[in-house]
Design a protein around this ligand. Structure first.
Ligand code: ADP
Ligand code: MG
Length: 767
């Protein structure tokens, strides 16, 4: 048994650039021995043994105790491979373990191990539902190991959160951890803060969090006016005709006015010259409106529901709650659809998921698909991947792609294929790329008399319950990429399989199109063939798929096409593969580029946060003000008792610090927008220029804060009860809220710069 695992592991070790599993495998015999030795221990003794193991750095004993605890608490004895995964995570690596291998338990044992070593662990999940599910599911295991556990969710109160963070292991959605960090910025006393010092982050679905979602900024906004939906500009944009008035670039990521379109716009606006300086703001608004009109597609990029715009997350192909585009664009889409404008607010602070994760000195994680992003995990997070062999060898058959000339032909063939497999009694899971496609396919299936369940925009808990049944006999489930993720698809559903479904061939997965990365294709395939089950997968693709039209716009038509549109043309096959590689390259470039910009902001944020901590936790603010403004200090000492004066100084300084940071961020956002033209014009590197300017702008920030604080200190009304900040105009936001921004809707920075240049050129050159 053990030798079998070692042999299989040895084959996996061939993968270049991944972690060496041999030290972990070498511990397995010792783990087995110790498991025997502690078999008879009572519950309390088991916890003591685990603690001693951690103190003595005895990883074998730690795993043995974890295995015992899991067996006793859940009736599941962790397999060797699960413990190998645990050891990898305890060594700060990302464990790659296929779907259904039992990562929840592996990860919990790693989290418990860190906790027993005296560390505090945040387990990051993809959503609230999974965070709560996993914390409650694993709680009995933690209890037996003497480790405390808690969870946070969107609805948690500050008190709930504080007690969850006080636990040794805290589960939560990544975004919730981020929002708590941001909200803590508003704390005006030390006691009001919620988040504890970041220590260990253990990340589930690590590729999704660390790569796909890494650049999504989490935003904290404070009350300001409702957004200004610009209905007039939207009206003008709507009146323009594609081709005649504007052109969409080949990659579908940008749009520009033609000369005729420009003249139409200028006439509609009363005969202005759009490209002159006084109308720059109008031009920007018009471009945003045109972008909303021409490039953002209802039911693909967003849906309209309950009078609001809901974004569809491109990488997940499903509705992204709490997300919005940068404010101008969001308002433009609201105007396009004629729905009420939502509040925009002022951005008080924002942090990307990548920056959030980088605050933790120790990061580890787990996922079914990490190797394909190994380079990125190494480059951006210095993380190594441990490829853990499956408990039972995978016997899933992956069939070659079926390629069609048109999208309609593809969808028809897909429906016929699904019906044929369904007729055999096998469960079928169809993965689509976007909401519109899943609805089209479901309609087709329904017309053919097949009843199917569509998952795309429901709530996570409901989806999980449905996905759990997707492996039952005859089930047909249509799902976008992230729907029900984290839920195991067992053959036969909750009831299990008596062997019938396996005998039929198990779950059949059908991909409705290749994703923007082969890793996402692989994730979908991985839904079939879990834990050694039989299963199969096949992808349908067409030359009209967005992946192809966007990334290989000049693809040659296939040489030979059958009557049903199917083609075996090798060149066309290569086109699809090539399109995927281009898409992967583009994502990596975007990631790199954004990261380069964000680095300097992160350093500055940490600087400000450290200063904020000092102000909150010590009397530096009062001492600074007393030094700078000794007369006022002496006068106020007669009015306010000392503790009160210290707090007044603190509140004044915090207000100015937070104000200065919000202003700085908004300055940097503008700077980033404009830097390309300036840099390109002078032949400089935009990122370097951005860094230089950001550093220059930041260099005076703390001194400015002190200066403004002195001014306020000298004028703010102070009584024995404290300082009246509001009377001096130092008001804090009355309402705040948090959201995620869909990043980079306008394409890469380079795209944007080139587009602006191209627009200017078109004006200058005679056509
Ligand atoms: P993953 O996250 O790797 O896809 P899960 O953690 O959701 O997998 O676990 C999948 C299923 O396997 C769960 O139903 C879980 O109860 C079960 N499981 C995990 N470990 C074991 C084990 N050692 N023995 C039996 N069942 C297990
Ligand atoms: Mg999981």
């Amino acid at each position: 048994m053990l030798n079998g695992l070692r042999n299989r592991a040895a084959r996996f070790l061939q993968r270049p650039g991944t972690a060496d599993l041999r030290p972990y495998l070498a511990l397995l015999p010792a783990i087995a021995d110790r498991e025997q030795a502690i078999a008879a221990l009572g519950d309390g003794e088991l916890a003591a043994a685990a603690r001693q193991a951690a103190d003595a750095a005895d990883d074998a004993m730690l795993c043995a105790a974890g295995r015992r605890a899991a067996r006793r608490a859940l009736g599941e004895r962790p397999f060797d491979v699960q413990l190998v995964g645990t050891l990898a995570m305890l060594n700060g690596q990302v464990a790659e373990m296929a779907t259904g291998e039992g990562k929840t338990l592996s990860g919990a044992l790693a989290a418990a191990g860190y906790a027993l070593r005296g560390r505090s662990v945040n387990v990051m999940s993809v959503n609230d539902y999974l965070a709560r599910r996993d914390a409650e599911w694993m709680r009995p295991v933690y209890d037996l190991l003497g480790v405390t556990v808690g969870w946070i969710g969107q609805a948690s109160t500050p008190a709930d959160r504080r007690s969850a963070y006080a636990a040794q292991v805290t589960y939560g959605a990544v975004s919730e951890f981020g929002f708590d960090v941001l909200r803590d910025r508003l704390a005006t006393t030390e006691a009001a803060r919620i988040v504890t010092t970041p220590d260990v982050a253990l990340i589930d679905e690590a590729d999704s969090v660390l790569v796909d979602e890494a650049l999504v900024p989490l935003v904290l906004a404070g009350a300001a006016d409702a957004g200004q939906a610009d209905h007039d500009t939207a009206q003008i944009a709507r009146s323009l005709r594609p081709g005649r008035d504007y052109q969409v670039d080949e990659d579908g990521r940008s749009v520009h006015l033609t000369d005729q379109g420009t003249r139409a716009v200028e006439a509609a606006l009363g005969g202005i010259d759009l490209y002159t300086n006084p109308h720059l703001a109008t031009l920007t608004r018009l471009n945003v409106a045109l972008y909303a009109e021409a490039l953002l597609r209802r039911d693909v990029d967003y849906i309209v529901r309950d009078g609001r715009i809901h974004l569809v997350n491109a990488s997940r192909g499903r509705v992204a709650r709490l997300q919005r585009w940068p404010d101008g664009l969001h308002a433009a889409v609201e105007a396009k659809e004629g729905v009420a404008a939502t509040e925009t607010g002022e951005i008080l602070d924002s942090i990307t998921i990548q920056s959030l994760v980088k605050r933790y000195p120790t990061v580890c994680g787990m996922t079914g698909t990490a190797v394909a992003v190994g380079e990125q995990l190494r480059e951006f997070y210095d993380l190594e991947i441990a490829v853990i062999p499956p408990n039972r060898p995978c016997v899933r058959t992956d069939q070659p792609d079926r390629l069609y000339a048109s999208q309609t032909q593809k969808e028809k063939a897909l429906a016929d294929h699904a019906a044929a497999v369904h007729a055999e009694g096998r469960p079928v899971l169809i993965g689509t790329l976007d909401v519109a496609e899943s609805e089209r396919i479901a309609q087709r299936l329904t017309r053919q008399g097949l009843s199917c369940v569509v998952l795309n925009a429901k709530n996570d808990a409901e989806e999980a319950a449905i996905v759990a049944e997707a492996g039952t006999r005859g089930a047909v489930t249509v799902s976008t990429q992230m729907a029900g993720r984290g839920t195991d698809i067992r053959l036969g559903g909750a009831a299990g399989d008596d062997g019938q479904i396996a005998a039929l061939g198990g779950l059949h997965v059908i991909g409705a199109g290749r994703h923007g990365s082969s890793r996402l294709d692989h994730q979908l395939r991985g839904r079939a063939g879990r834990q050694g089950d039989p299963g199969s997968s096949v992808f349908f693709a067409s030359l009209q798929d967005e992946l192809v039209t966007r990334h290989v716009p000049d693809a040659r038509p296939p040489a030979a096409v059958g009557p049903d549109g199917r083609t075996e043309d090798a060149g066309s096959r290569e086109t699809v593969d090539h399109a995927q590689r281009v898409a992967e390259g583009v994502s990596l470039e975007i990631h790199r580029n954004t990261w380069r910009y964000n680095k300097v902001i992160d350093v500055q944020r940490e600087n400000v946060l450290a200063q904020r901590d000092r102000v909150l936790g010590t009397d530096v603010a009062l001492r600074a003000l007393a030094r700078q403004s000794p007369d006022r200090f002496a006068a106020l000492q007669g009015i306010a008792p000392d503790g009160v004066l210290e707090d007044a100084a603190r509140q004044i300084t915090l207000w100015h610090l937070d104000r200065a940071w919000a202003d700085h961020l908004s300055y940097l956002a503008d700077l980033r927008e404009g830097i390309h033209l300036r840099a390109l014009g002078r032949g400089l590197n935009p990122v370097d220029e951005f860094h230089k300017e950001a550093v220059r702008a930041f260099s005076g920030l703390l001194a400015d804060v002190e200066e403004r604080s002195v001014e306020s200190f000298e004028t703010v009304p102070v009584t024995a009860d404290g300082a009246d900040l509001a009377a001096a105009g130092l008001r804090r936001p009355t309402a705040t809220w948090t959201y995620l921004v869909q990043d980079n809707p306008f394409g890469t920075d380079i795209d944007r710069a080139l587009r602006t240049v191209a627009q200017a050129m078109r004006r200058l050159l005679p056509s």
